[in-house]
Design a protein around this ligand. Structure first.
Ligand code: SAH
Length: 483
């Protein structure tokens, strides 16, 4: 490390700023924001830059050069004279008075350098490249800006008010860590973000009482039921990623690809719980029991589900068991296969000229029989997205036609949607099953039925002369904005 990063308290202390231009104005501004008394030395100042600063009660303007005596009570000095001789003289005076000095754009004259900051007071993130590339530091800062909602400041302040109470009531540092992790990422934070601090306070009190009771009786685990989306890791939510990186153990099934599994905390134990249509590696009942058992051992258990846990994901059944056993849990929604496949295949699920509604249905009935409410399903201006229907496609399309649907109604089958190797087969109710058979699709696959499918021709991007007519050469290209 080339520099020691520290946060200096300058409240009610004197900070010297020399110079009357833009940089000097920024230095004054930030020192004032941090509560300093600023002595500004400049023969004249740029009106625009200093417009909001000149009348500040803690800013004193001296229309002259600083003298050694001016540094006597100072704790920091900034020089931004833009004149080598002046900058050097000021740096020498500061150093003689043992006042750390920063000279703009002259690292060789600096005792300290200024980081790029993200200000969510009391939360402050400072980024520095040690002078190697201030622009890079600024770029990273810009990324952090977007990652940290403005309300994080409020959250930090709110947490600060509880800090001593938590210290006093939870003796074990490990329990305190868990308590804070749980509350800062859970509904308490949501209340603070929504501006409802009363609700947040009540919740904190309840959580604290609970944590205190637990500390007396032993540790308590929790379960995160997380939707991992249809496959492309970029479609994970921030919350999913956060919980994935916290987990002690992960239970995952067939729909979870390596790209996503690799983002789970490296140290986490991995348990495959299977689930192919015919291969139930672990029956649902046992998965639910396992979740309860692992949580009781005090573990943070991640139950990773493809798509959204509450859409044909049996998420409801899993949390039922957790609730019965008083195991705390969080449910994180994910992008469901219908949305992911539709977006990456260029088929809007609704469209003013084609469909005013979209049904999500499953074709996977008991014993393979499709039990659907046909009157609801076969309607004009509606898109039907069918989950778990690949193997039953011939029966499904025949049933559509038998119940009165137009045999020429367009259909799309999207296989491995959003993943590398995504394939899309387009046809009609009459011929899609044959085409899919010819293309030897293996799944997972999403069936989309409705005239919206014709929009793909307008919207999708094909590589001219592509070898495989069904291959989407750039499935994650045009529709995700990554190109
Ligand atoms: N909870 C999941 C659905 C689980 S049911 C969700 O919200 O997406 C499993 C079915 O989802 C599969 O049979 C298939 O129809 C569909 N599916 C899941 N991932 C898919 C993908 N990447 N591409 C196409 N279909 C997918």
């Amino acid at each position: 490390m080339d520099y020691l990063p520290i946060f200096r308290d300058v409240r009610d202390r004197t900070v010297i700023v020399a110079g009357g231009g833009t940089v000097a104005a920024r230095r004054c501004e930030i020192a004032l924001r941090a509560g300093a008394r600023v002595k500004l030395f400049a023969a004249s100042v740029a009106e625009d830059d200093f417009a909001g600063l000149r009348d500040h009660p803690r800013l004193e303007h001296f229309p002259r050069c600083p003298q050694p005596a001016d540094f006597e009570d100072a704790v920091l000095a900034f020089s931004a004279c833009r004149n080598e001789e002046d900058d050097r003289r000021i740096a020498e005076m500061a150093r003689a008075a043992k006042v750390p000095v920063n000279v703009a754009d002259r690292p060789e004259l600096c005792d300290f350098i200024m980081p790029s900051i993200v200000d969510r007071t009391p939360l402050i993130v400072a980024v520095s490249s040690s002078g190697a590339s201030p622009i890079l530091a600024r770029m990273i800062r810009a990324r952090l800006e977007t990652m940290l909602p403005a309300a994080y400041g409020r959250l930090a302040r709110f947490a600060g008010e509880f800090r001593e109470r938590v210290m006093a009531r939870l003796k074990n540092p490990e329990n305190r860590r868990r308590f804070w992790e749980r509350t800062l990422e859970g509904p308490m934070a949501s209340h603070v973000f929504a501006g409802d601090e009363t609700a947040a306070e009540e919740l904190m009190e309840r959580e604290l009482a609970l944590a205190e009771a637990e500390e007396k009786s032993g540790v308590r685990g929790e379960v995160y039921l997380v939707g991992a989306g249809p496959g492309d890791p970029d479609l994970l939510t921030f919350k999913a990623l956060r919980l994935m990186q916290k987990a002690d153990v992960v239970l995952y099934d067939r729909l979870i690809g390596d790209g996503i599994l690799n983002l789970v905390r490296r140290e986490a134990e991995r348990i495959y719980v299977g689930k192919r249509p015919d291969d139930h590696a672990l029956p649902q009942e046992q998965i639910s029991d396992l979740l309860v058992r692992l949580a009781r051992e005090g573990k943070r258990v991640l139950r990773l589900k493809g798509g959204d846990p509450f859409i044909f994901g049996r998420g409801g059944e899993e949390i039922e068991k957790l609730a019965e056993n008083h195991i705390p849990f969080q449910v994180v929604p994910g992008i469901t296969a219908a949305s992911g496949c539709a977006a990456y295949a260029g088929i809007p699920l609704t469209h003013r000229d084609h469909a005013q509604s979209c049904l999500f249905v499953t074709a996977h009935g008991r014993n393979g029989i499709v039990e659907l409410d046909w009157e609801r399903i076969i309607r004009p201006n509606q898109t039907v997205a069918v989950y778990m229907g690949l193997r039953l496609l011939p029966e499904l399309t025949a049933a559509f036609i038998a119940h009165g649907a137009d045999p020429d109604l367009p259909c799309a089958v999207v296989e491995k949607g959003t993943r590398p190797g995504q394939r899309v087969v387009i046809g009609t109710l009459r011929n899609i099953a044959e085409k899919v058979k010819a293309a030897k699709l293996t799944g997972p696959a999403m069936i989309i039925i409705g005239t919206v499918v014709t929009l793909r021709e307008k919207l999708a991007w094909f590589e001219p002369g592509s070898e495989d007519a069904n291959a989407d050469p750039l499935p994650q290209g045009r529709f995700t904005g990554t190109l």
